[in-house]
Write a protein that binds this ligand. Structure first.
Ligand SMILES: CCCCCCCC/C=C\CCCCCCC/C=C/C(=O)SCCNC(=O)CCNC(=O)[C@H](O)C(C)(C)COP(=O)(O)OP(=O)(O)OC[C@H]1O[C@@H](n2cnc3c(N)ncnc32)[C@H](O)[C@@H]1OP(=O)(O)O
Ligand SMILES: Cc1cc2nc3c(=O)[nH]c(=O)nc-3n(C[C@H](O)[C@H](O)[C@H](O)COP(=O)(O)OP(=O)(O)OC[C@H]3O[C@@H](n4cnc5c(N)ncnc54)[C@H](O)[C@@H]3O)c2cc1C
Length: 667
């Protein structure tokens, strides 16, 4: 046994846990929403661990693509056979946790069924359609996906090419892909698994195009699973990540579906072809808003996992001997290591707490929509688009920092970083490419700036800072006395300034060039304004949450929240220095604040990541193992390699052996 193991655990990690200044269980409960939530997490975990159906034959990174799809399909069917183990109504909490324990970091043949197909049926059907389709989808007698993106168009929905032309003589729509670029491309589970899809197509009736609308479409025969006549589909091949998912392509050749296949909660086509428009033109995009909202928690969970792995590994990895003869030190003691890893942990917290907020806002929206009130739609569209964009970008960067902080072992799939990154980074693209989403936020901010300039502002709370007068210089005197209100005031200043800078640039350009060119020429500054708007929101949400925490937890978490804010300010110091809003010595003070926070977090870092309550089963990382016994586990993990099945592999007989033999004979 290694000299670093005592009572089964690595001695360094045990020592770290003894340093905790707070109760890890209390912290976990606070993070996850209370004792009851924590208790339920443990029950779900026990259930998953005790069920052999959920076990992977070997770590999934050793499986081929076909094996991955097959293993994932087997598990998700078993998992959804057992949804009585969770509160089905709690998709955001129990649903997401259950699926992450069973399915790991992969999407699978039923992902889109649960994440988009079912929610679209719930949100977009009229009563009759709901009664027809929802029971089938819930029972899994049909499997659906969401087919919107095409080879030629993803972002720009107004130019989707798939057509749904209404034929009043038969009361049917004719679905058609007029070109190759009209092929649906990407939908998860479309390639081989789904037999139905929500297809988004340009609706034509009475010779007029009414724009993209959702239709429910049968793609495969229910018994043979062969594609229906007029439907061509398949898998799009391997991707950077999520290779357990059969993302697919789909083409229609004048494929007929009944009139009632058009989802008619908001827009309708009557039997004679008369079109009835929705109350709000973007109501049909509701499922995207829903997914953008739930993605925030998913991304936070991935970044939290990466930070947990990096922190635990840094506690057990010893490298370098600053005092010769005293032995090598834990790499977690290096300030540079802390500077790399702890901000990622702080971000993960910030994102998780924002995820709770957007969940609550989304629930409010759903409630309002049942009363026909669409007032909240622009605000939630802007917030979910902005959070989706900033959070997924920072998550991807953060995971990469965590990987780098683990040196060579971070590059091995044993670390789980490649899986985490491959899975999470997809979020920068799907559900709206990040930059495009930032530009959606910008439209909202431009309106707020316009109202403020006109003096007619009655802004929503989320952008209330835009119409504030604010100070001309920061009131920061010393980092010790830098209050939450001052931090927010300083971030508000920079966000407001950037909003008006972008707005003025846009307005000025509009005087000289066409509106679309003016927008394009201002778009980098507009996207920056959106980022500041979202960062401000994240900082405010985090500080507010910590302010309300119980005292024992607040004492620790305040350093994490301040690190999040100080890291943002110090890494963009130029924005704060502009026009003398801050002086260089104030920036120096904030940098010192960063270092102070790192030092405060250092002794409790392992306990903090323990509080995220990841089980080894969920982390799936040799480096992040709770017991810290990394080296033994690495050696064991490598035994799974197919190349280790024999001492000599065929490539030796075929290539290397003859090459060396030949070379030897010539010497
Ligand atoms: C038991 C089992 C449990 C299982 C649990 C599983 C849990 C797993 C958890 C998480 C994992 C997450 C995994 C997710 C899987 C992802 C799968 C991916 C799916 C997809 O990607 S689907 C395709 C998504 N596609 C897009 O997002 C396209 C992006 N484009 C657009 O959204 C829009 O076209 C646009 C926003 C870019 C522009 O739209 P458009 O041209 O139509 O409009 P504009 O002229 O620009 O704007 C007009 C006006 O409308 C406003 N607007 C736009 N969109 C919306 C909206 N959605 N809501 C409200 N308003 C909107 C826009 O801002 C303009 O407003 P103003 O005129 O400025 O007022
Ligand atoms: C893992 C994964 C899963 C997916 N799952 C599904 C699914 O289940 N169903 C589905 O329908 N789709 C799915 N998609 C597709 C996804 O929604 C699209 O890829 C996404 O919306 C972006 O569209 P695009 O790929 O066409 O990129 P494009 O729109 O071509 O964007 C390419 C580049 O152009 C820029 N750009 C585009 N428009 C503008 C603009 N107006 N202003 C400034 N810059 C612009 C973008 O910022 C980007 O840099 C998935 C994608 C991925 C990666």
């Amino acid at each position: 046994m290694s000299r670093w193991i005592q009572n089964g655990d690595n001695v360094d990690i045990t020592k770290e846990r003894k340093n905790a200044t707070f109760n890890t269980e209390r912290m976990s409960a606070w993070i996850h929403g209370g004792d009851e939530v924590l208790k339920r997490r443990r029950e779900i975990l026990d259930y998953v661990k005790s069920n052999p159906d959920f076990k992977d034959p070997i770590p999934v990174e050793f499986l081929s693509r076909e094996e991955r799809v097959s293993n994932g399909t087997r598990k998700i069917v078993k998992m959804t056979d057992n949804t009585d183990q969770i509160d089905g109504a709690d998709f955001f909490g129990e649903g997401m946790y259950f699926q992450s324990l069973v399915m790991g970091r992969d999407l699978h043949p039923l992902s889109l069924h649960y994440i988009m197909f079912l929610p679209t049926l719930q949100g977009q059907t009229d009563d009759e359609q709901l009664d027809e389709w929802l029971p089938k989808a819930i029972a899994r007698s049909i499997v659906g996906t969401y087919a919107q993106t095409e080879l030629g168009h993803g972002t720009n929905l107004s130019k989707l090419e798939t057509t749904a032309t209404y034929d009043p003589s038969t009361q049917e729509f004719v679905l058609h892909s007029p070109t190759i670029t009209a092929a649906k491309w990407w939908p998860g589970g479309l390639g081989k698994s789904s037999n139905h899809a929500i297809v988004v197509a340009q609706l034509y009736t009475k010779g007029q195009c009414k724009g993209p609308h959702p239709f429910i479409v049968q793609l495969r025969d229910l018994e043979t699973h062969k594609p229906m006549k007029g439907v061509r589909l398949g898998d799009i091949g391997p991707k950077l990540g999520i290779n357990g998912s059969d993302n697919g392509f789909l083409l229609f050749d004048k494929y007929r579906i009944p009139r009632k296949a058009m989802l008619m909660r908001y827009s309708k086509v009557q039997p004679d072809g008369t079109y009835i428009a929705p109350a709000h033109s973007k109501l049909g995009y509701g499922t995207m808003v829903f997914v953008r909202s739930i993605m925030i928690k998913d991304q936070a969970t991935q970044l939290g996992a990466a930070a947990t792995i990096a922190t635990r590994y840094s506690a057990v990895r010893r490298q370098g001997e600053p005092v010769v003869g005293n032995g090598e030190i834990q790499i977690l003691d290096y300030q540079t290591q802390q500077y790399r890893v702890f901000p990622q942990l702080a971000r993960a917290f910030a994102f998780l707490f924002a995820a709770y907020e957007i969940r609550d806002l989304y629930l409010r929206l759903t409630e309002e929509l049942t009363h026909g009130n669409t007032e909240l739609l622009p605000e939630i569209h802007a917030l979910s688009s902005g959070l989706k964009s900033v959070v997924s970008w920072d998550t991807a960067q953060g995971i990469e920092q965590c990987r780098l902080s683990c040196g060579g072992h971070g590059y091995s799939q044993a670390s789980a970083f490649p899986e985490i990154y491959g899975y999470a980074v997809g979020g920068c693209t799907y559900e709206g490419e990040n930059l495009v989403m930032l530009l959606q936020v910008a439209r909202y901010l431009v309106k707020a700036a316009e109202e403020t300039r006109k003096g007619t502002s009655n802004l929503a709370e989320i952008c209330g800072y835009i119409s504030k007068t604010g100070r001309r210089t920061s009131s920061l005197t010393s980092i010790a006395n830098y209050t939450t209100d001052q931090i927010i005031e300083d971030l508000e200043h920079v966000a407001r300034k950037q909003v008006f800078h972008a707005y003025d640039k846009l307005k000025k350009a509009q005087q000289h060039v066409k509106p679309e060119d003016a927008w394009n020429q201002s778009s980098v500054e507009l996207a920056k304004a959106s980022r500041w708007h979202v960062r401000l929101y994240l900082v405010k949400t985090f500080l507010k949450k910590v302010d309300k925490a119980p005292e024992d937890l607040k004492k620790v978490m305040i350093h994490v929240a301040r690190l999040y804010a100080f890291d943002i300010i110090s890494s963009s110091s130029g924005n704060f220095l502009e026009e003398g809003y801050m002086r260089p010595d104030q920036i120096t003070e904030i940098k010192e604040g960063v270092y102070e926070c790192l030092a405060k977090i250092r002794p409790v870092a392992v306990s903090l990541v323990d509080s995220w309550d990841y089980d080894d089963l969920e982390l799936k990382s040799v480096l992040g193992k709770r017991d810290g016994n990394v080296y033994e586990a690495l050696l064991q993990w490598a035994q799974n390699s197919q190349l280790n099945k024999s001492d000599v592999i065929p490539t030796f007989e075929k290539y290397l052996g003859p090459m060396m033999k030949d070379a030897r004979s010539k010497l």
